[in-house]
Design a protein around this ligand. Structure first.
Ligand code: AGP
Length: 613
């Protein structure tokens, strides 16, 4: 949520910052701004897209070789020019950009106001700028770095911060608590960013800041310490992603590119892990904890949004393939209960970004209570990937579209591999079972490819018939109940059509009242053991004149005969079917959103990585 970028070196800073902000725009796009020091502090900010800011800078000019920038997802105060970051101190010398939330901002604001400070914005961030200025100016003996430390000690909440001051025009200061920040090390230049995307084209050497740490950065050096002034030596990591992975490659939207990348991302996720030769699943990231996992009392999965849906698929997988009891929790609810979890339990957190605040909080809660904490995560170097006891990367590549697609399928593949590995270790799955599952798993990329080739055009056509539908219902059973939820979420988040997903049998307990000739009902009828029941559900919808869009197998011609529209997908084992059934639903929501003129990659009010609770 919100993006931070910073640069110090020989390049024109405004160019680097604008480019970086564009790459970070998927994190928040209400407004954007930059602050550069070139003799004095120069600030430019604008409501709306980074393009608006870029035009302003082109018009007014902005020179300098160091500065910070921000793209905002509003929390405190509406998106407008004034509330945009950077926020500046009263004397116009300090500029601050901030990701996160200052929870005690109203009491700090009141205290500052009582001491005569005047605020320009409604944001929590401005409090930092004014408090920092006050502390720095309170004594000649306080360095700016010390003033930052003293300020941060008064702050309750979360922050990723970048700060500049005209008194130290050759330095950028950054600090982190609960909101990611990394430092990119170049040749006589340094970059900072809230994720790797703005840095990747300049350098692959990065340092990840941890919670409670800060850094002072010059063009050729950096000094990392804790907020309590303990100097640290940080490991320099190598970024594994390339520039081409964060560009659109000829597709009109990142979302479509990412949907079409799935044959490859699913294969990448299985590469070296699903091993036909040895008839085994090799998951290096959890090898050391396999015994604990196999002997776990139960697995609790905690996640949000799409990742929560993959967790629900995981529940079916672990229970069927590994006979391990699983509970799936919304991460946000998990931490606010008094969760009964401890030694002997496994908490499995799932997150594309690895930075979702609610999921991090669940992870910390379970760790505190003694559970083994495992992660499934896409972003290497993210907080979840570093703070869990062990885990498995999804290797889906950067996902830029706000609506998650390839991350979902990769998460389901990881869950499948984990369930198979545990099932094998427990002796539940015999060699023949493993052989059958592994053969089928390895065929999935080409089956996804087949769907993309054959279903794309029919879905595009079909989407135009439903562009103005006011509501949608999605029904699925068993493994495809979570897919119904995911299909509905995808549609509502990018097209703004109201959509609900239900276990098909629940329909008669309420939602059936909604069905009339105006209600499209997407029915996922592609698991063998529930097909007969799904046919009954379709008949119930038809009897009330609802229009059926069926996702089905050719093997099941009955469904075809009674549906208004159908998309045929290849057959697979029931437990793998979410990996195929979700693809047409992603395409359907994409084309409906495009037809409605929506901003598919950056839907209103959303952000890719939700780093506030
Ligand atoms: C997915 O389309 C959504 N944008 C959202 O629900 C997302 O899955 C959720 O915020 C969790 O994110 P994470 O996987 O990065 O933790």
């Amino acid at each position: 949520m919100c993006g931070i970028v910073g640069y110090i070196g020989d390049r024109k800073a405004s160019d680097v910052l604008i480019k970086g902000l564009k790459r970070l725009e998927y994190r928040g796009y209400d407004s954007a701004g930059v602050a550069l020091i070139n003799g004095s502090l120069e600030v430019r900010k604008r409501k709306g897209k980074v393009d608006h800011l870029s035009k302003l800078i082109a018009k007014e000019g902005l020179s300098g070789n160091m500065g910070i920038g921000h793209t905002r997802w509003a929390t405190h105060g509406e998106p407008n020019d004034v509330n945009s970051h950077p926020h500046v101190s009263e004397n116009g010398k300090i500029a601050v950009v901030h990701n996160g939330i200052i929870e005690n901002y109203s009491s700090l604001k009141k205290q500052l106001a009582d001491r005569g400070k005047t605020f320009q914005s409604q944001t929590d961030t401005e409090v930092i700028a004014l408090l920092l200025e006050e502390i720095y100016n309170s004594s000649f003996e306080i360095s700016f770095e010390e003033a930052i430390q003293l300020t941060l000690k008064q702050i309750v909440g979360t922050y990723g911060l970048a700060i500049v001051h005209t008194d130290s025009p050759d330095k950028i200061y950054i600090a982190r608590k609960g909101s990611p920040l990394l430092l990119g090390i170049g040749e006589n230049e340094m970059f900072i960013a809230s994720d790797a995307s703005p840095i990747v084209e300049f350098t692959n050497k990065v340092i990840y800041l941890d919670d409670g740490e800060m850094a002072t950065i010059t063009r050729d050096n950096y000094k990392v310490k804790t907020i309590d002034d303990v100097v640290l030596t940080k490991e320099v990591h190598e970024l594994a992603i390339g520039l081409e992975e964060i560009e659109k490659a000829g597709y009109p939207h990142f979302m479509l590119k990412e949907i079409f990348e799935q044959p490859r991302s699913i294969a990448d996720c299985m590469r070296g892990r699903v091993v036909k030769e040895t008839n085994s699943i090799q998951l290096g990231g959890i090898e050391d904890v396999m015994d604990e996992l196999v002997n776990a009392r139960r697995i609790v999965i905690a996640a949000c949004g799409t990742s929560w849906h993959s967790g629900l698929v995981g529940e079916y997988l672990f229970e069927e393939l590994a006979k391990l009891p699983v509970e799936v929790e919304y991460a946000s609810e998990f931490r606010y209960r008094d969760p009964l979890i401890g030694r002997g339990d496994v908490l499995l957190v799932i997150s594309q970004s690895g930075e979702t605040a609610d999921t991090l909080a669940a992870m910390r809660e379970a760790k505190k209570r003694g559970a083994l904490v495992l992660g499934i995560c896409n972003v290497v170097g993210s907080t979840i990937s570093r703070d869990t006891d062990a885990g498995v990367f999804t290797h889906a590549g950067p996902e830029i579209g706000v609506a998650s697609t390839k991350a979902f399928t990769a998460q389901v593949v990881v869950l499948t591999m984990m369930a198979l590995a545990v099932g094998k270790h427990k002796g539940i799955l015999k060699d023949d079972d493993m052989r059958m599952y592994i053969n089928e798993l390895l065929m999935l990329p080409s089956k996804v490819e087949y769907i993309l080739e054959h279903a794309n055009e029919p879905i595009k056509k079909m989407a135009s018939l439903f562009t103005y539908a006011p509501n949608f219902l999605y029904l699925g059973r068993s493994y495809n109940f979570p897919v119904a939820l995911e299909g509905a979420l995808k549609l509502k988040e990018i097209s703004y059509i109201h959509a609900e997903g239900y276990p098909a049998a629940e329909m008669k307990h309420g939602p059936i009242a909604l069905i009339d000739e105006m209600m499209p009902v997407v029915v996922i009828a592609a698991t063998e053991h529930t097909n007969d029941k799904m046919i009954s559900n379709i008949e119930e919808v038809k009897a009330r004149k609802g229009r059926i869009i069926a996702i089905m197998n050719d093997a099941n011609s009955d469904v075809k005969d009674i549906s208004d529209f159908h998309i045929s997908i290849p057959t697979t084992k029931d437990c793998f079917s979410p990996l195929l059934t979700v693809i047409p639903l992603q395409l359907l929501s994409y084309y409906i959103a495009v037809n409605r003129g929506c901003n598919v990659d950056q839907p209103r009010n959303l952000a890719k990585s939700v780093t506030v609770e």
